[in-house]
Ligand binder design. Structure first.
Ligand code: ADP
Ligand code: ASP
Ligand code: MG
Length: 410
């Protein structure tokens, strides 16, 4: 007898009919003789609706109260799914994050899981019950409700699978696996049979929202077998694993990620003296704002242009901070651009191949797309370009790196 954790995302539980369908799937998995723990998200659109309700009251809702609000979405789904299972004669019980004791730190709206009590869950499983657990939520040591950041139900599922030493964590969603790029943007994207944790982590960090970043981190750290598959049709999905594929012709690039969540800021004409980077970025990090890409360039007149990117939500605040810093430093000007996009090519095959970055730049040049910033690591190359060219760039790179699904198999 095996133990599986299933996770069903928002679209998969988006209506009563879909919840009934999930109940059928869970019941047949249970009838096959395996122990099943199910993690569910809020019904699709619900978390956004709750965020909007809060925005209707204040621009800066108190984070503790935000968590009390946001956690209600998942509570609805666990109750409905459990009822649907019971209706089918399948013994089941629902649990909130607090009840199952998913203990987190107190960083409201982006809490991290510290510990999960598995004893009570094991008793339920022994008694033959399916456990239906609310994703995305936990409780801190003082008993406050916390949430794990958007998309956090993935992390709940992987954390439960790690704590229970499950045989596999299955993320059921509205696509039938992890693709070479978002299949909603490139219709010739291909489903991958497997991808390594390392590559999946890069893809998720660089904008592929199919899995929350932390869930991949967690799965890699605790070596949880993780699979992404469709809630609506049967199929093998994509296995996220430690080993690289052993095929002879390992592709150089496994996937292309992109995001529109960033904004770019530049301080122009900064005196080129030691300590400038720290004086510019110090106040930004003191405001708890994460910086992503950074480029600094010395001009002929011995001044520096200092450019970096932040999340778009932080753009206005950073611009304000920089205006003050620029004054203190005697810099010429602060410029900002939030209409940018970041495209990244990802693949462990890059380690053993030269010329990958230049092929990327050639491809973008052929489309007349100007590159504004570049950053690289061992297994990825990212560029910042104008947002309006983002989809064109992704499609062109997808073809250039031979990731397109052959026409005959579509
Ligand atoms: P859920 O509600 O089930 O958690 P999400 O919307 O969070 O689902 O994630 C699934 C979506 O991720 C897909 O509908 C797809 O548009 C998007 N996506 C982005 N990049 C990829 C990728 N490389 N492979 C598959 N899906 C991707
Ligand atoms: N409901 C939460 C969200 O929309 C968590 C999740 O779906 O994973 O972000
Ligand atoms: Mg998701």
């Amino acid at each position: 007898m095996a133990l599986y954790v299933h996770k069903y995302g928002g679209t998969s539980v988006g209506s009563v009919e879909r919840i009934e369908h999930v109940a059928d799937k869970v019941k047949s998995a249970r009838d096959a003789g395996d122990d099943i723990v199910v993690v569910v998200s809020a019904m699709s659109g619900e978390t956004n609706r709750l965020v909007d309700l809060a925005k209707g009251i204040t621009d800066q809702p108190n984070p503790r109260e935000m968590d009390v609000l946001l956690s209600t979405g998942e509570q609805v789904t666990i109750a409905l799914l459990t009822m649907a299972l019971q209706k089918r004669g399948c013994a089941a019980r629902s649990y909130t994050g607090d009840q199952v004791r998913i203990l987190t730190d107190s960083a409201h709206t982006k809490a991290r899981i510290r510990h999960i009590d598995v004893d009570a869950m094991r008793n339920d499983l022994k008694a033959g019950r399916v456990l239906v657990v609310a994703g995305f939520q936990g409780v801190d040591e003082l008993g406050n409700t916390t949430t794990l950041g958007r998309g956090g139900s993935d992390t709940t599922a992987v954390a439960l699978a790690a704590a229970l030493k499950a045989d596999e964590c299955r993320i059921y969603t509205d696509v039938d696996g992890v693709y070479t790029t978002d299949p909603r943007v490139v219709d010739r994207a291909r489903r991958l049979d497997r991808i390594t944790f390392e590559e999946m982590l890069e893809m998720a960090s660089l904008g592929s929202k199919v899995l929350q970043i932390r869930s991949v981190e967690f799965a890699g750290k605790y070596n949880v077998p993780l699979r992404v598959l469709s809630s609506f049709e049967d199929g093998p999905g994509t296995l996220i694993s430690l080993e690289e594929e052993t095929k002879m012709e390992q592709p150089v690039i496994s996937g292309i990620a992109f995001n529109r969540d960033e904004a770019k800021l530049t301080v122009l004409g900064v005196p080129d003296i030691p300590g400038v980077a720290s004086r510019i970025l110090g106040p930004v990090s003191a405001a708890n704002i994460e910086v992503d890409m950074i480029v600094q360039n010395v001009a002929a007149d011995n001044t520096t242009d200092f450019t970096f990117t932040v999340h778009r939500n932080d753009f206005d605040r950073v611009k304000q901070i920089l205006t003050e810093v620029a004054n203190d430093l005697g810099a010429r000007e602060v410029r900002g651009d939030s209409a940018i996009g970041k495209v990244s090519i990802v693949g462990v095959g890059m380690r053993s191949h030269a010329g990958v970055a230049s092929k990327m730049f050639d491809t973008l040049a052929a489309e007349n797309i100007n590159i504004q910033m570049i950053s690289t690591s061992e297994i990825k190359v990212s560029v910042v370009i104008a947002e309006k060219y983002l989809e064109l760039a992704v499609r062109a790179l997808h073809s250039a790196f031979e990731l397109d699904e052959p026409a005959e198999s579509r």
